[in-house]
Design a protein around this ligand. Structure first.
Ligand code: B1M
Length: 210
């Protein structure tokens, strides 16, 4: 019988091949793809998130776990029947204009995906206009902005302002983060939320979209 706890454990341990094998076994046994994703992959990643928050896991462990999760996810996602699994929301993420740091942003994107959100990753050096037009075109619920340079933080405010100008403020939530970013900066620029790390970002987006 398919062992979804073992699958979750394989994700936690970053065992990519094991995670893929257990996913294929579950598929062969007829377990619903949504159950494999929720009770195996997302369950595993949420433990990873907790361990990261509690400093039991560091960046390399999270990246390796996320890679195992993504490999298994790629196998099972195409099998989802239409409407079988409702996304928890769509998030457009990127590192702001002028900023090329992407390690933290990638972690946040992977944790959000592992948390059951649809993620559109615009990568790095993303202008306010790109964030807003992608959110509008894709019907996203949230824009997630990462900045690592104090000099690029103003682009976060420009993005919030561009959202206001597009008449989407409130309808599309904005969450910000990155090493130099603080809650008081989020309050100052009118962002809806701030998170200090990738696991907290999942909690914050969940809360904002509730
Ligand atoms: Co750069 N760099 N860098 N750099 N770099 C910093 C950020 C710096 C603090 C180093 C230093 O001087 N001590 C400094 C910034 C100073 C400042 O502005 N206050 C700096 C500088 C100055 C620069 C350049 C200007 C250097 C130069 O060329 N003279 C240049 C700028 C390039 C550019 O972006 N235009 C530059 C270049 C680079 C590299 C390309 C060499 C490389 C980036 C590689 C890459 O990302 N692909 C790099 C690196 C690696 C760093 C350090 C060493 C590490 C950053 C990192 O990846 N941390 C960094 C010093 C440091 O932080 N110790 C530094 C690990 C990562 C997991 O953490 O990104 O903080 P972090 O993400 C965390 C949280 O912040 C949070 O969650 C993550 C996981 O918990 N988080 C979010 C991040 N985004 C979030 C979004 C959220 C929520 C949470 O919601 C949406």
């Amino acid at each position: 019988m398919a062992d979804l706890q073992a699958l979750a454990n394989a994700v936690i341990g970053g065992e990519r091949e094991n995670a893929l094998r257990l996913t294929e076994e579950a598929i062969d046994e007829g377990v619903k793809p949504s159950v494999i994703i929720n009770d195996g992959l997302i369950a595993g990643m949420s433990v990873v998130g907790e361990k990261f928050k509690n400093n039991e896991f560091y960046v390399p462990e999270v990246l390796i776990a996320a890679r195992a999760m993504q490999t298994a996810m790629e196998r099972v996602k195409p099998l989802l029947a239409e409407g079988e699994m409702t996304s928890r929301g769509k998030v457009v993420i990127g590192t702001v204009k002028g900023d090329l740091h992407d390690i933290g942003k990638n972690l946040v994107a992977m944790m959000l995906e592992g948390g059951g959100f649809d993620v559109i990753d615009l990568e790095v050096d993303v202008s306010p206009e790109q964030f807003v037009s992608t959110a509008a075109e894709s019907g996203a619920h949230c824009i997630a902005l990462s900045a690592l340079l104090t000099t690029t933080m103003p682009s976060m405010k420009d993005t919030v302002d561009a959202l206001v100008e597009a008449g989407l403020k409130g309808q599309v939530k904005v969450i910000i983060g990155g090493a130099p970013v603080t809650q008081s900066y989020a309050d100052e620029i009118g962002a809806d939320g701030y998170a200090p790390d990738a696991a907290s970002a999942v909690d914050k987006v969940t809360q904002l979209l509730a």
